[in-house]
Design a protein around this ligand. Sequence first.
Ligand SMILES: NC(=O)C1=CN([C@@H]2O[C@H](COP(=O)(O)OP(=O)(O)OC[C@H]3O[C@@H](n4cnc5c(N)ncnc54)[C@H](OP(=O)(O)O)[C@@H]3O)[C@@H](O)[C@H]2O)C=CC1
Ligand SMILES: N[C@@H](CC=O)C(=O)O
Ligand code: NA
Length: 859
Amino acid sequence: MDVFVEEKSKEQILPRGETWSVHKFGGTCVGNWERIQNVAKIIVEDPSPHKVAVVSAMSKVTDMMYDLLNKAQSRDDSYVAALEMIRQKHRETAIALLDDDDDHHDLSNFLSVLESDIQNLQAMLRAIYIAGHATETFEDWVAGHGELWSAQILASAVRKRGLPCVWMDAREVLVVHPTNKQQVDPDYQASGERLDKWYEKHPSDTIIVTGFIASTPENIPTTLKRDGSDFSAAIMGALFLAKKVTIWTDVDGVYSADPRKVSEAVVLKTLSYQEAWEMSYFGANVLHPRTTMPVMRYNIPITIRNVFNVGAPGTVIGRSSLPDLAEEAEPVPYKSTDSLVKGFATIDNIALVNVEGTGMVGVPGTASEIFEAVKGVGANVVMISQASSEHSVCFAVPEKEADTVYRSLMNKFRKELEAGRLSNVEVVKNCSILAAVGQQMASTPGVSATLFTALAKANINVRAIAQGCSEYNITVVVRQEDSIRALKAVHSRFYLSKTPLAVGLVGPGLIGKTLLDQLKDQVATLKNEFNIDLRVMGIMDSKTMCLDQLGLDLSKWRKLLAEKGEAADSAKFTAHVKDNHFIPNTVIIDCTASAKVADNYFQWLSKGIHIITPNKRANSGPFGQYVQLRALQRRSYTHYFYEATVGAGLPIISTLRGLLETGDRIQKIEGIFSGTLSYIFNNFDGSKSFSQIVTEAKAAGFTEPDPRDDLSGMDVARKVIILAREAGLHLELDEIPIQSLVPKPLRELTTAEEFLDKLPEYDQEMEAQRADADAAGQVLCYVGVVDVLANEGRVELQRYPKSHAFAQLSGSDNIIGFTTRRYLKQPLIVRGPGAGAEVTAAGVFSDLLRLASYLGAPS
Ligand SMILES: NC(=O)C1=CN([C@@H]2O[C@H](COP(=O)(O)OP(=O)(O)OC[C@H]3O[C@@H](n4cnc5c(N)ncnc54)[C@H](OP(=O)(O)O)[C@@H]3O)[C@@H](O)[C@H]2O)C=CC1
Ligand SMILES: N[C@@H](CC=O)C(=O)O
Ligand code: NA
């Protein structure tokens, strides 16, 4: 066929070639008179010297025409009224568009054509009504009227804007051979000849062509079936050898993923023909693959553009999306693999069928028999995968066909199943297919690794995998309930250079609110410079919560929580932050001191929610629960970070982990673990009373919500337990001897306030202890010890000489020494402020950034 153009060139009348620009306007583009006017404007403003505009019927008209046919065939005489509606619709549109000045008598001409067409249709429909049947030709003849009218109206509208133009009834030019009920093959040779003849009679620089309709070689009206007007435009592009074909629609172009599912999907600037095929196969609203065939042979690019947003450049589909077309593509993202995948698509309601058995190994023909059985019931195989062990063949079919396929396979392989040569035919419903499409994926290592890592990090299980040998797509099957999250995870990993993270914050108390303020100040920098897109989707305290679909405005959350907050509901909160519509990964930050909140961790981790916390309850609670939690976290690909539980922002947990992971052996961890107790004893020099300093520590934000947790030694004991367990010891909180500084009578008081009120009554006792130590040249220090060799932990008030390192601290300093096999003579020391809102929140924040980098943010 490629030689056709050269062969015929001598006889050609039509000046073919790159001066022609072909447009196609779908039904919605010409849905009413204002839209037709807009389309006319687009045509007039196209600076190309020669223009063709292929137009569909006004929106819904083709359906209305088929409805007429159905009514008439089923002897429902309401077709008469329905036809009248169609007449009115076109009449009113033409009048609205062409009414005022009508130099060309276009309006009266069109109205008389319309009347005559309607009369012919009435006659035809009457005949169909009487016969109770319409042949396919009759149907095609009736259905094509929508295009005839829209083309004539549009041609008049273009003329009205001062651009001379003619309209073409494509049935006079476009010749197609019907192949089956759903497809036709264009006859380029015959069509080209007819085009020359037509053009000789109607020479014009602008031609409005009816989409969808054509005729057979015998001049019988037909249609392009399901390929429709896009196909007409592509054929016209080939017949005119146009420079480009622009398909006008109601979206800005082809998206990297369905924007209803991934709100951050972007419009692709370029796409190769093959990529467009793959995308359309996987449900992206792109061109039907057949549509690209006519233009592909001449390398004519197709641009998809939005008729309602002409400023948007659209997506160019061409021979290649490689460098020549990709030059103006998005700025290169931070990893080379990012540009390799063009788009992602999903197909829901899929069932996987798995046929298993040793009888298939090395037996030629098994696969063909399996697919014979599937073909026998007319099911459509969407994907196939067979491992080279040949023990199983797995394929995907639309879920609605799964039961029939299953029965057919059971029937066909009854003998093999009975004999045990096949062990199982299994159907797994509720699946979705996720496909990654991109021509540059071919032969590039790392693409599938990145894809699967993104899925694993979003805690999504992959049921089956297939990669076409063309390597233009990788297809995976996931559970349908994971499908949108999977799409979001891979899309954000490849396409967007940002790692989005949905954050839920529980406990906006001192630490929580300081963290939110730090996030507010840093969120833009993280997004712009570090590619981390943090969205706080919800904040909840013990009574109230506020939620937002896109992420709360962090400068307004206090007001929102106070004025618009709803009753706190942990289940609703969890569901909201997890099931938002555009972020694949979720983290809940627990900034409470509550055991009740910590009880949710297991459930959160099992839902794939990551956890970050300064709350010590979970890790210092019952050992069995702690072990279960860690085991779940490890096997579920979720992260659980708690650096701020010990030493606030100081790197204590990470230092310990570093030592362990590099093979060091911990012997002892000891030091001052309490910011509050450090502050108290650093300042307890006789100038102020003990209770006065406790009140100062609370005001400075060093204490637990109830300072008795600090003074009782319980907070230190919890930290000792956390470190002991981290170092591999099996210790419970009640195994730690604790020396409490809370006077006995004050231990049972209900509130922290009552305690602080009464504490001055006991100042004398503490002062006596201090003075005694001071007299001996010593200071009091509250220390914690994890003695790994002795398998024990303890917390105690001790006296140290004033020259001792523990006596040199100031403020809320913690000092923690690790004595290990490598750090034996001199312990590894970490020292610095170990309590306070800013440093603690910063510790939580850095866990959050660690999580983002685990999830793929650049480091
Ligand atoms: N202060 C520090 O230097 C350090 C603190 N930490 C830890 O940080 C955590 C927070 O401490 P801090 O900010 O001082 O405590 P706050 O008392 O100031 O804040 C606690 C927050 O948790 C909320 N809360 C309590 N129970 C629940 C519940 N069941 N559901 C939802 N929200 C709840 C409270 O809400 P409401 O107001 O409604 O009661 C409040 O918003 C503690 O675990 C602490 O051990 C860790 C290291 C250092
Ligand atoms: N109250 C604690 C805060 C840090 O965990 C302390 O004083 O150290
Ligand atoms: Na820490």
